[in-house]
Design a protein around this ligand. Structure first.
Ligand code: PGA
Length: 260
């Protein structure tokens, strides 16, 4: 893993946006994996700015989202479809025909999940997957005890995650119990993973992910076995890392050709 500690959320998000933009400029038909939640909002804001001011062109990219709530009207303010179109897709020149967000209303969920996997494969696989992390160590909605080789499927959210996500539902009780999420095995096939985590409340999950044992109890720790994972965090999220000085040292001494 490459661990990059930035002074604050803004600097971290600008750096993450440079990674995404570089890929799009290098490969106009890039396949991007997107995440939702509070964490990537400043990244999406910066990508919108780059589209507006620097002509970053999303016209030929394909996108796949990590997850969606089951049984939720796609027009609900808490749906990830609403989130993506509000914060990113509605503000850039992406082709709606190349956008993929799991359909939480699919009548046959197992069949639908297989189809989602097929679509990822047919697109050539995901070049870069943006990831947030839950306070319980989840990525996508792969909650603790998720199989480390899982594929896209239905999952039941933990009480902690439903509480964390209650904001847009007008209370914890209204947060759906079930979601469709890419599996850990699906995420592990992405060519590059870009994990973002900000704030002190993520510090323990980050420490366990980066420095703890690989364990289904901390699903994000599977990324230790991924060949190219970049973890971009702010100072607060780095506060429980034992080797943070080393990670800073590595970043400061990167050869020029490796810098973004
Ligand atoms: P957050 O969620 O970005 O809203 O903290 C992250 C996650 O649950 O993956």
């Amino acid at each position: 893993m490459e661990i990059i500690i930035q002074p604050d959320v803004e600097a971290a998000s600008r750096l993450a946006a440079r990674f995404v933009a570089r890929l799009i400029r290098d490969k106009s038909r890039a396949v991007l994996g997107f995440a939702t939640g509070q964490t990537p909002l400043p990244l999406y804001e910066e990508l919108c700015r780059m589209h507006r001011e620097e002509k970053l062109d999303f016209d030929r990219i394909t996108s796949f989202n990590l997850d969606e709530y089951v049984g939720l009207d796609p027009a609900h303010p808490g749906s990830y479809r609403t989130y993506m179109w509000t914060h990113l897709f509605g503000r850039i020149n992406i082709d709606p025909g190349r956008v993929h967000i799991p359909d939480g209303l699919a009548p046959d969920i197992p069949l639908y999940c297989e189809k989602y996997e097929d679509e990822i494969r047919a697109a050539g696989g995901i070049d870069l997957q943006v990831l947030g992390i839950g306070t319980d160590g989840h990525i996508g909605f792969n909650e603790p005890s998720s199989s480390l080789v899982s594929r896209t499927r239905i999952k039941t959210l933990t009480v902690e995650t439903r509480r964390d996500n209650a904001r847009l539902f007008g209370g914890e009780k209204k947060v759906p119990h079930h979601v469709i999420t890419m599996g850990l095995g699906t995420i592990m096939e992405c060519r590059t993973c870009l994990l973002l985590a900000f704030g002190a409340r993520k510090a323990e999950a980050v420490a366990q992910t980066v420095e703890g044992p690989v364990s289904a109890m901390v699903p994000a720790s599977i990324l230790q076995l991924h060949g190219r994972t970049i973890v971009i965090i702010d100072e607060e999220a780095s506060s429980r890392l034992r080797r943070s000085e080393y990670y800073r040292y590595v970043y400061e001494h990167k050869p020029d050709w490796q810098k973004v």
